[in-house]
Unconditional design. Structure first.
Length: 79
């Protein structure tokens, strides 16, 4: 398992693309990855599941195919 905390926050566009491609390859290789980010566009490119937390509590836990970028954004900004 790989835990990444805001891995793209200080990267160029090209470097970000490399990180996202690497995370995608990890999934193909069967490696689990926790991708902590505030950039939902990046998350929707590589994540299979979204867990939104606020004040240490899980607000939502949903598969990507069961939600949309807009829905996850709405949940985040409401807290």
């Amino acid at each position: 398992m790989l835990l990444l905390d805001e891995p793209t926050s200080a990267l160029s566009v090209r470097e970000t693309e490399k990180v996202l491609a690497y995370v995608t390859q990890l999934r193909t290789d069967g490696v689990s990855c926790v991708f902590v980010t505030h950039n939902l566009y990046h998350a929707f490119q590589v994540c299979d599941r979204f867990v939104v937390m606020a004040h240490g509590e899980v607000i939502t836990n949903v598969k990507r195919e069961d939600t949309t970028l807009e829905e996850v954004t709405r949940i985040i900004v409401s807290y």
